[in-house]
Design a protein around this ligand. Structure first.
Ligand SMILES: [Zn+2]
Length: 233
């Protein structure tokens, strides 16, 4: 069965099912679709309550939204207070992100303060996902630690990050030069693949493989699992 059009999904390639006004009303739907153009030529859904074509309504709505910013902000807040509303927002932003690759990273780089606040807000709202992510990362670290790894040296690097952070007051993190999670490579959790960098540098890198490292197999972090002498060097 074709998905029944509802709302702006009509613009997302959803096949709209033809449904008469009376059928839609009987089903309690807010919109119906005849498949026939309105007098302005839009082949779009119409509102059950007013029989108005959504294509005709869109510019009027946009004008009203622009003229009433406080009311719009209030609607948006109320919408985001419900789980269903947040799900709608999540899907909409995923669509926008998919249509504009790289744009989100660009925005985050241009607005570091806002990006940090947004991330912190998301973390506060999604404690389960944060815990899951931490457990995943921990597991990846364990899996990427060869038996011969110098655990004391690894710990010292993490202690150094904390020390630099105390001394400078800027957030520092331990980064894997060659990422542990990447489609093409798997870095190791060993001292030679670890470096202390600022949290800002780390979030800008965001798991990307540095191009020079991608081809430089002599870079720190490349080592065979069964090569203890490489680690001792
Ligand atoms: Zn129309």
């Amino acid at each position: 069965m074709a998905k029944r059009g509802y709302g702006a999904r009509a613009f997302g390639g959803v096949v709209l099912e033809v449904i008469s006004w009376s059928q839609a009303r009987a089903l309690g739907l807010k919109r119906y679709f005849t498949g026939k153009p309105c007098k302005h030529g839009h082949v779009a859904e119409r509102q059950v309550s007013s029989l108005t074509c959504l294509g005709c309504l869109a510019p009027k709505r946009k004008a009203w939204n622009c003229a009433n910013p406080e009311k719009m902000a209030q609607y948006k807040r109320r919408h985001a207070e419900t789980a269903a509303g947040r799900e709608v927002n999540r899907k909409a932003s995923a669509r926008v992100r998919a249509a504009n690759p790289g744009k989100a990273t660009e925005w985050a780089r241009a607005n570091p303060g806002k990006a940090r606040a947004s991330k912190a807000g998301w973390k506060a709202r999604n404690p389960d996902a944060v815990a899951r992510d931490a457990a995943d990362r921990n597991l990846r670290r364990v899996q990427a630690t060869p038996p011969w790894a110098d655990r004391l040296a690894i710990r010292a690097i993490y202690e150094k990050a904390a020390e630099v952070e105390r001394a400078t007051g800027a957030l520092h993190e331990v980064d894997h030069a060659i990422p542990l999670r990447h489609p093409r490579v798997c870095g190791l959790h060993i001292p030679r693949n670890l470096r202390v960098i600022t949290a800002a540098e780390n979030s800008a890198k965001n798991n990307k493989l540095i191009p020079s490292l991608a081809i430089d197999f002599s870079a720190p972090g490349w080592a065979h699992l069964h090569e203890p002498q490489a680690e001792a060097a």
